[in-house]
Write a protein that binds this ligand. Sequence first.
Ligand code: PEP
Length: 243
Amino acid sequence: MSRQFFVGGNFKLNPASLQASSALIEDVSLEVVIAPPTIYLVPVSQIVRKDVKVAAQNCYFKESGAFTGETSPKQLVDAGIPYVILGHSERRTLFLETSAVVATKTRAAIDAGLKVILCIGETLEQRESGKTAEVCQEQLKAVVDVTKPEDWSKIVIAYEPVWAIGTGKVATSSQAQEAHADVRAFLSKAVSNEVAAKIQILYGGSVTAANCKELARQPDVDGFLVGGASLKPEFADIINARR
Ligand code: PEP
């Protein structure tokens, strides 16, 4: 099963200006998704190359109402934003989003017409106690419970071990391959063989130009979700990792 290589750049709360955001995307030479801060989503989407798509870094699960500070999936769709990142470990940890909340957001995002980059991954403590597969499955099961098999064509999974995010400690290619294969095996049982075979599973966590090629050689690594390096010129090398 050949799956299209997919690279996402999560700018997080960087850079501080639209000018910086647009400068970053000038060198991009392949189809890619970038996730600038919310305030820059619309202007970036208006100037970005047509083969580069834009993702929000988060959204709420309600369409409208008294939810100060939130952005609804419908508003993102109305603004022409096709993707949203959900369940990033910074959202789970700093903003206390449980797997149930991430699943509710995923349901709402798909219902509104968004595609979801669904982040999952274990902490160092969980890895060291042999719980990587269990943790990823718990995070995925919450979404399985609120979706139908056809919804999974709207989902891209990003396996992002928490201990690798922003730390410079990248997973080895065999650690990434093992986790990705486990995710696929779980989806095969929990959803369907077809979904498991088709779904793109990205690796995220300290991906750089130096380590991306080896990771990209793994059969179940279908691309990357990149934080820090998406703000640097090496992002173009990461996008081209499979070339
Ligand atoms: C991320 O925030 O999704 C991420 C993977 O960050 P970094 O590439 O900086 O580790």
